[in-house]
Design a protein around this ligand. Structure first.
Ligand code: G3P
Length: 227
């Protein structure tokens, strides 16, 4: 399973990239606005830090305009993934862009029928928003199960399921159990995956016992570890 981080905060991205666990980044207009920076600058910086797919969302809604914006975004770096809305014009642009070799992330997916359309349009990624569905009392994870199952029925559907609008670790583990290809996580959710109270407790007790031995693991003059 691939992990993307869902943020335009480059400090966070640098720090999470250092874990070696980051496969890509997703952004959206809200996240760019939150960064307070110029979009083209921020996407260029992210693409420098993370070699994997970096989603940059178009702001246009009409086909020709989407294509013009996509051309600007594609020039930033080879790993830019054009993010388009799940609309007729967005999917038309998706088809044209993927036919031309670009990666495309189709966003704002809330139904299995929409996900089928995106796969038919050749999307690289489909982004179903699980948290926003949960918010309106629909089971976001049921949608992931449906899409994963439907895509697996057709060899010609190469679109990866990118679970978006993730709110908690349970979304992540359920998505993994269902076989989703990617989850894009807010930084706090990604960091929370490391946490377990028994890990903290166990580490504290190992370190206390180790301190009692008075030993240090280090190279001696002879090059051997202290025994
Ligand atoms: O980037 C798309 C998605 O992850 C947004 O999440 O939390 O605004 O519903 P959220």
């Amino acid at each position: 399973m691939k992990f993307f981080v869902d943020t335009a905060d480059t400090q966070e991205i640098r720090s999470l990239a250092a874990t070696g666990l980051l496969d890509g980044v997703t952004t959206n207009p809200t996240l760019v606005a939150k960064s307070g920076r110029n979009m083209l600058d921020v996407i260029a910086e992210i693409c420098d830090v993370v070699p994997g797919p970096v989603s940059a969302e178009v702001a246009a809604t009409e086909y020709d305009h989407i294509m013009r914006e996509a051309a600007v975004l594609r020039r930033i770096a080879r790993n830019v993934t054009i993010k388009v809305p799940l609309t007729p014009d967005g999917l038309r642009a998706c088809k044209a862009l993927t036919s031309d070799g670009a990666m495309v992330n189709v966003t704002l997916c809330f139904s299995a029928a929409q996900a089928i359309l995106a796969a038919k349009a050749g999307a690289t990624f489909i982004s179903p928003f699980v948290g926003r569905l949960d918010d309106i009392d629909h089971d976001g994870m049921e949608l992931i199960a449906d899409i994963v199952q439907i895509y697996s029925n057709y060899d010609n559907f190469r679109t990866e399921v990118l679970v978006a609008s993730v709110r908690n670790p349970l979304h992540v583990t359920t998505a993994a159990r269902l076989g989703a290809h990617v989850a894009t996580l807010p930084p706090a959710v990604l960091r929370s995956l490391f946490n377990h109270p028994l890990t903290d407790k166990g580490l504290a007790s190992f370190l206390a016992d180790w301190a009692k031995t008075g030993q240090h693991i280090e190279d001696t003059k002879a090059g051997a570890a202290t025994r």
